[in-house]
Every structure is written in structure tokens, then in C-alpha cells.
Design a protein around this ligand. Structure first.
Ligand code: MLT
Length: 312
């Protein structure tokens, strides 16, 4: 019987290709293809392994006449047209756990960077200014962290924040009282979180329910001097309102790893005092990229060779 053929179309840790081969698949690694190039070759493959650069749109799926499975080395599957894939019987898998610690650590790094204005202080010190009198940070000890989303990543953020001696209040419609107690957090509604949080961090997927969850009205009701972190998905925060409230001084700081439109090469937020950002680096550590590459290859090969279904 012919071996299943897999295409890895994004930059991925080499362990993925190794696992596919060890588990009985033929694999081609072709990162950086244009959409036309992908459409021209996708018909040959049984499996497609991606990170975030490849957009698996309806026309790509139309050309994917042999495709059985798409595997996303990461959590979000926003770059896959799920209804189109499902209607063609193509299984879509993700790796929900491989980069959770890494993303949670990025959120904590953002909290600390905001608290002590590290990016601005670094930039001015390296310009030779020695601006010692221009920076006055805040401690995180004793401050309240408002967690929006207390799932896989949110719960890791909570555990790290508790280690930093923060209090954690969490809003998550799926969080039970028992789980909140187990996590050492207080379950609250969004209104309570807005009133109490000194720092807010978001850890939810982008869905119809969570889109603009921090809208103008809610941002306006937050505690004066709040600092906000988003390492989850662009679209959870109204960026225009965030800019206005940073300018007015109501919000003391905001750190975004994700933007409504990515790549974010231009944004009204750029250059705003108190604003810091990174280019969707939440999952970018050596450890996390090895984890997700191994997981996606193991799951996909298992499906193609044995029919096993995990994280679909
Ligand atoms: C994910 O969905 O796993 C993260 O956002 C990481 C990424 O897209 O690179």
C-alpha cells in the first residue's frame, strides 16, 4: 500500500518531519509557498501540517482532492476554513497543550514589563540618556489580576501570578466554583473584574461571544490606572478605545502580543506612551515549538496510518 503523503507548508521544528517519516508517511517540507503554489500542489497530499502562515481557504480545500487531515501546530485554527474542511470530510486537528506554558509565561513577562516600563527604560538607557528620574514603577505584589478566561493557559497564568503574590479574580463562564477554589482564584463576573483588577489579562479564543469582550464601554468602566495584557487573540479588545483611554491616562499601560489585523505593521497604538507590543510571539520558545511539532506529527500520522483521532 502507498504511504500517506504529508506536506509541511510552514516553518516547523524538524522533529515533525522526522516523526512523520518514522511513523510511515512520506513528507515534503515547503514553507513560504504562495497561495497559487499551494493550490497547484495540494492535490498530491493526504495530510497538511501548518502553523499560522498558511491560510487554508475554501479554494485551497477545493484543490485538495486527496486531503484527509489538516494539523495545526498550535492552539488556534483561525487560519483554516473549518466549515469548508468539514463539508469535504477533512479532519482538522490542533495541539491544545504544547505551547500553554510558553504563552502563559509571555503574559507574565508582559505584566512585569508594564509594571516597570522595561521597554521604554531600556530604549532610553541605550540611547545614553540614563533617565533614572523618569521611571517610577509599581509592585505586582498584593495587586489584583483580573483573568478573562481560566482554561488551559489562563490557569497557568493564575498559578504564576499567585506565586508573585498577586490576588487573582477570574471571569470564565465555564469555570466552576470548585475549580476556582482548586486554582486559588476568586470567580467573579465581568463587572466585578472591571471594578477590582489592577491588571487584566485575556486568555480566551476569539468567538462570537468573546469578540470585543473589552469594548469601549467595559474599558471605560475599568479601574483608573489599570494595565491590560492580551496574548490571546486580536479582536478581543477595541483597539481604538484602548488608544483613547491610554491617551487620557485612564489606562496606565497596555501590552499586546496580538492585533485585530496581523501582521500589524502600522497601528494608531504604536508610539503611545504606556503601550508595548510584540509580534505574536506568545508561542515562540524553543520548547513550545518542539512540543507542538512533535504533537501535530504524532496525531496526524496516527490518523493517516491507523485512523486514530486526537484533538480534532
Ligand atoms: C496558537 O494559536 O497556538 C498561538 O497563537 C501561537 C501562534 O499562532 O503562533
Amino acid at each position: 500500500m502507498a504511504k500517506p503523503k504529508v506536506l509541511i507548508s510552514d516553518k516547523m521544528d524538524p522533529n515533525a518531519a522526522r516523526i512523520f517519516e518514522e511513523r510511515g508517511c512520506d513528507v515534503d517540507v515547503k514553507p513560504g509557498m504562495s497561495k497559487e503554489e499551494l493550490i497547484a500542489c495540494i492535490g498530491e497530499y493526504d495530510g497538511l501540517a501548518i502553523r499560522s502562515a498558511t491560510k487554508v481557504t475554501e479554494d485551497v480545500l477545493e484543490a485538495a482532492t486527496n486531503l484527509k487531515v489538516i494539523g495545526r501546530a498550535g492552539i488556534g485554527v483561525d487560519n483554516v476554513d473549518i466549515p469548508a474542511a468539514s463539508s469535504k470530510g477533512v479532519v482538522v486537528m490542533n495541539t491544545p497543550f504544547g505551547n500553554s506554558i510558553t504563552t502563559a509565561e509571555h503574559a507574565i513577562a508582559m505584566i512585569m514589563a508594564l509594571a516597570r516600563e522595561i521597554p521604554a527604560a531600556n530604549e532610553r538607557t541605550q540611547k545614553g540618556e540614563w533617565p533614572k528620574n523618569d521611571f517610577m514603577g509599581v509592585e505586582v505584589t498584593g495587586k489584583t489580576l483580573g483573568l478573562i478566561g481560566a482554561g488551559n493557559i489562563g490557569s497557568i497564568v493564575a498559578s504564576r501570578a499567585l506565586g508573585l503574590r498577586m490576588k487573582v479574580v477570574a471571569y470564565d463562564p465555564f469555570l466552576t466554583e470548585e475549580r476556582a477554589v482548586e486554582m486559588g482564584v476568586e470567580k467573579v463576573d465581568l463587572e466585578e473584574l472591571e471594578k477590582r483588577a489592577d491588571f487584566i489579562t485575556l486568555h480566551t479564543p476569539l468567538t462570537d461571544e468573546t469578540r470585543n469582550i473589552l469594548n469601549r464601554e467595559r474599558l471605560g468602566r475599568t479601574k483608573k490606572g489599570v494595565r491590560i495584557v492580551n496574548c490571546a487573540r486580536g479582536g478581543l479588545i477595541d483597539e481604538a478605545a484602548l488608544k483613547e483611554l491610554l491617551d487620557s491616562g485612564h489606562i496606565a499601560g497596555a501590552a499586546l502580543d496580538v492585533f485585530q489585523t496581523e501582521p500589524a505593521k502600522d497601528s494608531p497604538l504604536f508610539g503611545t506612551p504606556g503601550f508595548i507590543c510584540t509580534p505574536h510571539l506568545g508561542a515562540s520558545t524553543t520548547e513550545a515549538q518542539v512540543n507542538v511539532a512533535l504533537q501535530v506529527a504524532e496525531q496526524m500520522a496516527d490518523y493517516l496510518v491507523n485512523g486514530g483521532v486526537t484533538n480534532a
